[in-house]
Design a protein around this ligand. Sequence first.
Ligand code: THU
Length: 137
Amino acid sequence: MPRPTPTVVRRLEKAARQAAKASYSPYSKFRVGAAILTGSGKVYTGTNVENASYGLCNCAERTAIFTAVAAGERTVRAVAVYTPTRAATSPCGACRQVINEFGPEALVISVCDGKNRIETTLDRLLPAAFGPRNLKG
Ligand code: THU
C-alpha cells in the first residue's frame, strides 16, 4: 500500500490533536488523541478513556482502532498520536500489538506540544511481532 501523502499525514496529526480534547483522563490528567487512516481511505479518531479501576484504562490508539474495526475496517495504513508532552512519544506496547493486527507495516507518527515529532513504522517499533500468521502453524 502506498505511503500516505504529506497532506494526509498533516490531516491525521490535526485530527489526533483535536481528538485529545475529548479525553476522559481524570486519574492521569494526560490527554492523548489518536487518528488512524484505514485501507478504505477513511480517518477514525480516538482518545484515552480511563476507569476508576485503573487497569481498565484504554489508550487513544486502541480506541481509534476499535472504532474503525466496529465500522467494518480491517486495515490500518497510518496512526498518528498526540501526547501533551514536550517530546513526542511512541505508542505503548499494548497499542503496538493491536496496531500490528491490522497494520503490520503502518506508518506511525507521534506529535506533541513541542516541535519534536517521530515518524516511523510499526515493524520498527515492534520487530519480530507475534501476529495472525503465527496462529496458522
Ligand atoms: N496513553 C495513551 O492513550 N496512549 C499512549 O500512547 C500512551 C498512554 C494513555 C493511557 C492513560 O490513560 C494515560 O495515557 C497515562 O498513561
